[in-house]
Design a protein around this ligand. Structure first.
Ligand code: 4AZ
Length: 586
């Protein structure tokens, strides 16, 4: 018993102790190895939102140009002595050329400097953290009680250690004199992705007395733990396996939190497989790309904060405000009067407005295919439905329900241009995706479709997962090959691992399977080009798939195959313009 105690104590101090082998294996199971191969970081917009001074291009957050920042905001001073009209502009310039950093909010004149240093060092890379705040003359220590690896990573990066911190504990030789001074220590809170501690929020608490001082061991090659029991971050740093998927950004580049099958206690798992700290749930800011951290928030009362004095501006609040100034897109939200009415093979009849993004593509006399309105003048459909040379022959019928007895809302549009994916393969149905541009009416600037609502275009393949329920719709055949004149819809489940049904014919990255266990609901001949739409937790509808192919219809061993639209976000935005379909990360 005594022996165990000693071991535990040692473990706590060195935080490098080996864990028992049984818990080791279960911990490794938390991370998704296949996902790790993608080397996701805080800059991977398939997994996380970009900072408001960045935008998402081909899955990576890249620096915005200063003029792309919102105009509103408060001015800030940078370490190069220059003044910027907004925090976003300063951060965008820093992102492009990381020479100068944030100094303080306000104008540059007459204020001091900010700096971080280490005291009582045993090496250049470890010691007790001291800061000199911009408008204070003397250096102060940071209190230990709220100091964590999140802040330590920022402090070490500020000190020039690119891989951040190794630990917040170390053996520092603090002299008694400090016990008195420590009553004056300040608290600091960071998000973890700041480039300097100056961007974090410094406060002073009313409660005084000895609190202990924050120290840090910055990460260097010789601090790295042995490879066997560690997790390798994308930035090359090694952390303890047990620190992956705990909601805390130990790596400093977030790579330990982005590929998680489960999250450890104290953290929340986004549906996208990302662990975030519990404090981020219901904090008024959406952190999960799937939006699931800001739902069912009624029970979350705000915890009363200890009385504190703010020593610096809250740049985290400023960052949130910049986000609120970014343009917003309206898509995927049905008019409330058309709340889902509970009415393809085995589907139910749809009413006007039930599927406001569904269109029919008429080629000559018959409706051969469906399509999806995605905004502006643009319709998404399957490449196998259309030909570039036949653009003039197509008609796009919007707001249609029954094509034998057309409803009054029906609008017939003509087609200006057909764009087929350059890599569409008519034999394998790879890249079965096309865009139709509708003609504007003469002297109209835009396509006006008063009864249509665009479906949102998904920007990440992690927005929906196998077993999620989605809606397929169209005027396609019934199981017995019966003709259908009225629009029908049915609920299907996304199916993972579809190669087992279609070996050699199924391409995971580009295709998606959906169906029901008994095959009772399925797309069929004539539904091609039409939508597979999934609704997120906030009832926003995304066009997740385009009806593409499948072996027969309604057979459980042969689910319907769809073009995975998320894989084509960049292709679509290249043709229709980023602003039309970008909801976030613009
Ligand atoms: C077709 O021929 C077709 N069961 C579309 C979807 C499916 C099968 C055939 C999926 O257009």
């Amino acid at each position: 018993m005594k022996c165990i105690h000693i071991v535990l104590l040692l473990c706590f101090h060195l935080s490098l102790c080996k864990l028992t082998s049984t818990s080791d294996t279960s911990q490794e199971d938390l991370v998704d190895k296949k996902c790790l191969m993608n080397k996701y970081t805080h800059l991977s917009c398939n997994k996380v939102f970009c900072q408001p001074w960045q935008r998402c291009i081909e899955g990576t957050c890249v620096c915005k140009l200063p003029y792309q920042c919102p105009k509103n905001g408060t001015s800030v001073c940078s370490t190069n002595g220059k003044n910027y009209p907004t925090y976003c502009k300063q951060k965008s310039l820093e992102c492009i050329r990381p020479e100068s950093k944030f100094l303080h909010n306000g104008t540059c004149r007459g204020k001091g400097s900010f700096n971080v240093s280490l005291k009582y060092k045993n090496k250049d890379s470890e010691g007790i953290v001291e800061v000199k705040l911009v408008d204070q003359d003397k250096k102060t220590f940071i209190c230990k009680s709220t100091w964590s690896i999140t802040e330590a990573n920022v402090a070490c990066r500020d000190l020039g250690f690119q891989q951040g911190a190794f630990d917040t504990h170390g053996r520092f030789y603090i002299t008694d004199e400090l016990h008195i001074n420590s009553a004056d220590c300040v608290h600091v809170r960071c998000r973890g992705l700041e480039t300097t501690l100056a961007e974090c929020t410094f406060t002073k608490r009313r409660t005084k007395g000895y609190q202990g001082l924050a120290g840090v061991v910055c990460y260097t090659q010789d601090t790295a733990p042995p490879e066997k029991e560690s997790f390798q971050c994308v930035n090359g740093k090694y952390i303890l396996q047990k620190k992956a998927c705990d909601g805390v950004n130990d790596c400093g580049d977030l790579s330990d939190e982005l590929c998680c099958k489960e999250c450890r206690s104290g953290s929340f798992r986004c549906k996208s497989g990302v662990c975030i700290p519990n404090q981020y749930k219901c904090n008024g800011e959406v952190d999960c790309i799937t939006g699931d951290d800001e739902v069912n928030c009624e029970d979350f009362a705000t915890v009363a904060q200890e009385e504190t004095e703010m020593l610096t501006a809250d740049m985290d609040a400023e960052r949130k405000q910049i986000k609120s100034f970014l343009p917003k897109l309206s898509c995927g939200i049905k008019n409330s009067s058309h709340a889902r009415r509970k009415r393809v093979v085995g589907g139910k009849p749809a009413g006007v407005g039930d599927l406001p993004w569904q269109v029919a593509i008429k080629d000559g006399k018959e409706i051969k295919c469906g399509g999806i309105y995605i905004g502006g003048c643009w319709i998404l459909t399957a490449a196998h439905c259309v030909r570039v040379s036949k653009a003039r022959h197509y008609q796009v019928w919007t707001s249609l329900v029954d094509w034998i007895r057309p409803n009054s809302e029906l609008l017939v549009e003509t087609v200006n241009k057909v764009i087929i994916h350059e890599k569409y393969n008519g034999t394998t149905y790879e890249n079965d995706i096309a865009l139709l541009e509708m003609k504007k009416f003469s002297n109209h600037k835009e396509c006006e479709l008063p009864n249509s609502i665009p479906a949102c275009v998904p920007w990440s393949p992690y927005l929906f997962q196998p077993n999620d329920k989605c809606i397929v719709s169209g005027w396609g055949r019934e199981k017995d090959n019966q003709k259908v004149y009225s629009l029908r819809w049915g609920e299907v489940n996304l199916i993972g691992n579809c190669s087992k049904f279609y070996s050699n014919r199924y391409f995971e990255k580009e295709m998606e399977c959906a169906g029901t266990k008994d095959g009772s609901i399925d797309a069929c001949k004539g539904d091609s080009g039409g939508p597979l739409v999934c609704m997120d937790i906030n009832n926003v509808s995304y066009v997740w798939g385009i009806v593409s192919w499948g072996e027969n219809c309604g057979e459980p061993e042969f689910p319907g195959v769809y073009t995975k639209v998320a894989n084509y976000f960049d292709w679509i935005s290249y043709h229709v313009g980023r602003a039309l379909i970008s909801q976030h990360n613009i």
